[in-house]
Ligand binder design. Structure first.
Ligand code: RTP
Ligand code: MG
Length: 156
């Protein structure tokens, strides 16, 4: 199935570990819904090193990659499938620039300005293209990440 259907489009949004542990989940969800997105699926999950590395594999040669993997595995993340017309670009616009310090100046109403700290801890993720959205929605909702927090707890 395509991420585009009947004029609507889907993207992968994620609240990163700092957003979840900082108790921003409800506020971010309210912004999402108030901005016209439907949250059509969601999954709270703890990424391990392997899954976090695979998710961000495009950055594997960057100097910040080991830090990025540590950050993304530091606590649970909430992955969400977000749907609306132009979901991919509209969600990128709503989250703001990568560097949360810059976001606070240039995009003060963005989500990263609200709950991000710096160029790494920026509290949310968004797919950067329609093809990334297709890959990332599959990643969280069909392939690698199959156990949510509740079922992981059941196995303990
Ligand atoms: P994302 O993929 O998480 O939505 O973020 P993005 O497109 O705005 O930025 P990207 O270039 O894809 O970088 C992915 C994530 O890596 C961390 N990062 N750290 N220390 C650094 O200089 C640095 N640069 C990037 C951030 O967590 C960024 O969101
Ligand atoms: Mg990116």
């Amino acid at each position: 199935p395509s991420v585009r259907c009947l004029g609507k489009e889907r993207t992968l949004g994620m609240i990163k570990p700092d957003g979840v542990s900082g108790n921003y989940t409800e506020e971010i969800k309210r912004i999402i819904v108030d901005s016209g997105f439907s949250i059509v699926n969601e999954r709270l999950t703890q990424l391990d090193k392997e899954t976090a590395s695979a998710f961000y594999e495009e950055h594997s040669s960057r100097s910040f990659f080991p830090d990025l993997v540590s950050y993304m595995t530091s606590g649970p993340v909430l992955a969400m499938v977000l749907e609306k017309r132009d979901a991919v670009s509209d969600w990128r616009g709503l989250i703001g620039p990568t560097d949360a310090q810059k976001a606070k100046i240039s995009h003060p109403h963005s989500i990263r300005a609200l709950c991000g700290k710096d160029s790494q801890r920026n509290c949310v993720h968004g797919s950067d293209s329609i093809s990334s959205a297709e890959r990332e929605i599959k990643f969280f909702f069909e392939d690698v990440v199959s156990d949510d927090i509740a079922s992981q707890h059941d196995e303990l």
